[in-house]
Design a protein. Structure first.
Length: 141
C-alpha cells in the first residue's frame, strides 16, 4: 500500500479483492474523453477527469478516487465506490458505496447493497432495483 492509500478510510462495502483487482487507470491530472467499456474487465480507477460513459458489462469495479471527476456519464459495473465527484447516473449491479468525500449529482441505482456516508453530498434519486421480498400478509385472527 502506498502512502496516499493509508490516508483514506478503507472501503466498508466494496470488497477489497475487487478494488485490488482493478486493471485500468485514469491518473490524476489526466483527461479521458469518450466511452470506457469492456465485456470482461477487472475495473477502472479514475483519479483524473473522465468525460463519458463507463460500462463494464460483465462484472468489474469502478472506483472514483478522491481526486477523480466523472461527468456527463453513465457508470455501470458490479461494484462502484465513489470518493470523488460524479455527474451522471450510477448503476451498481451489486454494491454501491458513496463515501464522505463524495459528491454525486445524478441518480444512483443499485441491485443489492448500498452504503452512503452521512457526509456524502447527493442530488438525485436513489433507487433499489433488486427484488423486494415483502412479507406475506398474515391471516386475520
Amino acid at each position: 500500500m502506498n502512502g496516499s492509500d493509508t490516508d483514506r478510510a478503507p472501503a466498508r462495502l466494496v470488497p477489497v479483492e475487487q478494488l485490488n483487482a482493478i486493471s485500468s487507470l485514469v491518473a490524476e491530472g489526466a483527461l479521458f474523453e469518450g466511452t470506457f467499456s469492456a465485456r470482461v474487465d477487472l475495473g477502472i480507477k479514475v483519479d483524473g477527469h473522465l468525460k463519458g460513459d463507463i460500462r463494464l458489462e460483465n462484472g468489474g469495479t469502478v472506483h472514483v478516487g478522491p481526486t477523480g471527476f466523472v461527468e456527463g456519464s453513465t457508470i455501470e459495473a458490479d461494484h462502484v465506490l465513489i470518493e470523488g465527484r460524479v455527474r451522471g447516473t450510477v448503476v451498481a449491479r451489486q454494491t454501491l458505496e458513496i463515501t464522505g468525500s463524495a459528491t454525486l449529482l445524478g441518480d444512483a441505482l443499485y441491485d443489492a447493497l448500498l452504503d452512503v456516508h452521512p457526509r456524502a453530498r447527493l442530488r438525485g434519486k436513489v433507487e433499489f432495483r433488486g427484488e423486494l421480498d415483502l412479507p406475506a400478509a398474515s391471516p386475520a385472527a
